[in-house]
Design a protein. Structure first.
Length: 150
């Protein structure tokens, strides 16, 4: 049996060792996830498509996450990575106090919003810390306004 660990850095090695003693392997591509209750992961496993390797990406480096069909891209200030999971699974792992869904296909790190521009059609255009723009769609307009107290 293989499981994916979504635990704090402090307990990661301890839990991995404990599972190995019981014959359970850890694998970041597994569908089964073992997580701490009321704990959000510090890292996300993503794929660097240019080097074709998996890396451990600190969650605080994420600017926004965007999906195109079955492809999920994780954007940071300097680079774009491919996520290993579907968007809804990633959203369920992330801290809702730091990450906010702004459309069916985009989740933002609220700490990385640099500029908010409103439009006439009940939308917002966000400029992220990496300079890229993402749109808050009408469906998420009021959720966004409430979150940012606009």
């Amino acid at each position: 049996m293989k499981v994916k660990l979504a635990v704090s850095n402090e307990r990661h090695d301890e839990i991995k060792k404990m599972l190995a003693e019981r014959g359970i392997e850890t694998d970041d591509s597994s569908d089964l996830v073992l997580s701490e209750s009321n704990r959000f992961p510090d890292n996300l496993t993503v794929k660097d498509t240019t080097a074709n390797v998996r890396i451990i990406l600190p969650v605080e480096d994420i600017s926004y996450i965007e999906t195109y069909g079955h492809s999920v891209e994780v954007h940071t200030r300097d680079k774009t990575y491919q996520a290993m999971d579907r968007l809804y699974k990633i959203v369920n792992l992330l801290d809702p106090n730091k990450f906010l869904r702004i459309s069916n296909s985009v989740v933002i790190n609220t700490d990385k919003v640099k500029k908010i521009t409103s439009t006439l059609s009940m939308k917002f255009i966000l400029t992220m810390s990496d300079g890229k723009s993402v749109d808050v769609t009408r469906s998420y307009y009021y959720i966004f306004k409430e979150y940012f107290d606009i």
